[in-house]
Write a new protein. Sequence first.
Length: 383
Amino acid sequence: MATMGSLNPSSKTSKPVSLVIFEGGRVQGVLESQMQMVRQGMVLDLVERAREAGFTHILVVTSYPELALGLEDAAVEVVLDKEIERPFHFGQRLRDVVEGCQLEKVLYMGGAAAPLISSGELQYMREILEQNEEVFLTNNYYSADIVGFTPAAALGRLNLPAIDNALPMVLSNEGGLRYVPLQRTLGLNFDVDTPTDVLIMAVHPALGSHTRAAVENLDWDFSRAEAIKELLGNPMGELVIYGRVGPNLFQYLDANTRCRLRLYSEERSMKALGRDARGEVKALMGRLVEELGFAAFFRFLAELAGGAVLDTRVLFEHFHWELSAADRFASDLGRLELISHGPLREFTRAALEAPIPVLLGGHSLVAGGLWAMIDAGLKDLPA
């Protein structure tokens, strides 16, 4: 576990913090292509807000030539990563960038990490890193996509993780850096991993102009997300929430939703701990699905509540389904004709045919996604 401590501003001259944004990967199929365009808009908005926050050095590492071209007038350093033919290892690539560009203090962010973040939140993180040494900060200690650390050279003494989620634990356990907790805000805790997250952020007023323009070009069905949003504000309603739900989110939900909640949380940190990779995920809800069958399971949920929000990745790992991103995304959007995996197609069909609206997605749906949906609903209320 990380060591927490009070901040000790360095007596040395403050060194600049470099914002390093990773955005890349393979793109297959129409939905992934659409997601890539939305994420490109998110990176452009993030760069603008980082400039407002006082970052003077912004570095974008991407495998997308279109994004590199779009950043030509943004006064940022772009590293076009053409090495996507070999397996991508996050920690090694980050260390290569830090050493190759001689960075001293780093705030790392995934390209889709924080579409609703404010320039004030970015400035707050920059100032912490500028004014302190031997510290790290993160938006989620157990499943991060925003991590700041100083010195950047600390990466050289670590057994670096293959994914960004586990970097904070390594910085603490192996690097010996002090953990600086951040306030939990929507801007720091809502990210975009799946199409469902795009459906949710589309209704939020803090969405940046580049991202909003990309979202408006989509032909997706927003009706299930709208139905869940309405249910959250209905004092006579009841909602099932399932997946990797943390206690902080539940406290927020309990304080800000008008409907009753049935919350079932399991397999938190399954990715950061490598349980999914080792095939160790076991879910109580997954066993219930197996016992009842897909259609009967969703009919049973309709007996419990007027809507359901499901982190399906826990169920998929429990079932030991090996799914492509294209199949997962098609399931989230209910696009049966695009799903190649037979059992997943039937699972998704059962969800669509349920007597209640069912919203499918990943971890971010039952973390920042619900938070963003409630926040957008609150902002819709008359002052």
